[in-house]
Design a protein around this ligand. Structure first.
Ligand SMILES: C[S@@+](CC[C@H](N)C(=O)[O-])C[C@H]1O[C@@H](n2cnc3c(N)ncnc32)[C@H](O)[C@@H]1O
Length: 439
């Protein structure tokens, strides 16, 4: 006889979350890959629960690790390390989810069986019950406050880097990184306005807010599935953070320009450019990653937009460039992604200090190479979703010192370049610099 569905599915979501987290924490895989692979078989609610658990555990990993480690006689290592991950999953639920305590404990114990650790259900049950006994009372939001972490649940190297770069605001950046990001939409302004689409959303009982700076942006009060968004399938609207939407405006393109988007996948910014301009010469969307380029193709098909898609290493000009200069180049560079930790908390544990040096060097190589393909008088928009100066201001300063024919064009009347932080605008951490080639 099959067991009652509720019990089984509750355990399945905890087991799936544990496996996905284990792939991230032990195998170094990204959550973007691991989570869909592990939750494929789950229904909608269980998928959402597994996702919430994974994000939460990654946001508060050091704190949860400490809570669990204090209850273990010896660390759970090697083949038993999956049990440690399961305990993190259990501890997170007890502190931060509204699930009834007994349900959270029993579903997590049941998950141990699904993870083929039947012999350890007693251990899991005992530790979770100990944690529960010692946990503080639930607050008005029905949550328990997790103990503070001196590094705000971030790796030491990153905290050090932020303290150096931003002595005034490093703490608020770290705090913001552990919060849920809002869902932002980009309205296709060639078809409708953000204000008009906001009204359409309201008819579906979806509350959205316009943005004082980014005309295409709408922030949703509550995230929802894209199927609920009117006109999503035909490209009336896309999901894109407000900071990322700025690229489409800062590139300063017009329809007569020959445009290169040289790190284009998965195509969010390419599409925005195509929505904004009916280019007479097809925009070139290039990326080195063939799989990610498939996403560009899908996105273009959804919007029925044309582009010249090229799979190549942008630094290998012989492989892809026809020698015709570009008037505008968007370089949305490969970067540490430290500005989008809210959306990808796994970045905190996957990224290493040494990766930054390698990324800075790759960015410089790409910038130097594509500068050759820019027309005299043309403009390059350099963008990253990083908050580290090395990849941003310092990178641009070094570029300017290497290229006497490059001038920095101010982003606004107030600032030469723009560094956005996750805590200020409700958008992600992003950096923009506009560079013009002398004619
Ligand atoms: C920040 S992502 C781009 C996001 C994209 N612009 C968007 O808005 O959807 C950086 C991209 O750079 C690509 N990339 C990294 N090294 C590259 C290289 N040498 N040549 C071309 N693309 C590269 C990666 O595959 C990745 O898709």
């Amino acid at each position: 006889m099959t067991k009652p569905q509720t019990k089984l599915s509750g355990a399945a979501s905890r087991a799936a979350a544990t496996r996905a987290l284990h792939r991230v924490l032990n195998d170094g895989e990204s959550l973007t890959n691991a989570l869909p692979a592990e939750t494929e078989q789950l229904d909608g609610n269980d998928k959402r629960l597994a996702q919430a658990i994974c994000y939460g555990v990654l946001r508060f990993l050091p704190t949860l690790n400490r809570l669990v480690a204090a209850k273990l006689n010896k660390p759970l290592k090697g083949k038993l390390s999956i049990l440690n991950t399961l305990l993190l999953v259990g501890a997170y639920q007890l502190y931060q989810l509204r699930t009834k305590d007994h349900a959270a404990v029993s579903a997590t114990v049941e998950a141990a069986k699904q993870l083929k650790r039947k012999n350890h259900t007693g251990l899991i049950n005992g530790i979770l019950r100990q944690l529960l006994r010692e946990a503080p009372a639930r607050d008005e939001q029905d949550q328990r406050t997790l103990p503070d972490d001196p590094l705000f649940n971030h790796p030491r190297w990153f905290v050090d880097a932020l303290q150096t770069d931003y002595p005034e605001r490093w703490q608020s950046i770290l705090t913001a990184n552990n919060q849920h990001p809002p869902m932002w939409l980009r309205v296709n302004e060639s078809r409708t306005s953000a204000a008009a689409y906001q009204k359409q959303l309201l008819e579906q009982e979806i509350i959205a807010h316009t943005d004082h700076e980014v005309s295409s942006a709408l922030r949703l009060d509550k995230a929802c599935s894209v199927e609920r968004l009117p006109g999503f399938s035909k490209g009336d609207v896309s999901v894109q953070d407000r900071s990322a939407q700025m690229a489409g405006f800062f590139l300063n393109a017009d329809a007569s320009h020959r445009v290169l988007d040289c790190c284009a996948a998965p195509g969010g910014k390419t599409l925005h450019l195509l929505e904004r301009h009916q280019f007479t010469t097809p925009l070139v969307a290039l990326d080195v990653d063939a799989q990610r380029l498939e996403r560009v193709r899908e996105n273009l098909a959804r919007q029925q937009q044309p582009a010249n898609i090229i799979c190549a290493d942008v630094a290998d000009l012989d492989a892809w460039w026809d020698g015709k200069p570009f008037d505008r180049i968007l370089l949305d560079a490969p970067c540490s992604a430290t500005g989008v930790i809210r959306r990808h908390p796994d970045i905190k544990w996957l990224r290493r200090r040494t990766d930054i040096e390698a990324l800075v060097s790759l960015q410089a190589t790409i910038m130097d190479t594509i500068w050759q393909t820019l027309a005299d008088g043309g403009e390059l928009l350099y963008a990253t979703c990083s908050v580290l100066k090395q990849e941003n201001q310092t990178q641009v300063e070094h570029f300017l010192s290497r290229h006497q024919d490059a001038n920095l064009l101010p982003i606004s009347e107030q600032s030469a370049t723009l560094q956005l932080f996750p805590e200020t605008s409700g958008g992600d951490g992003f950096f923009y610099a506009r560079l013009r080639k002398q004619s």
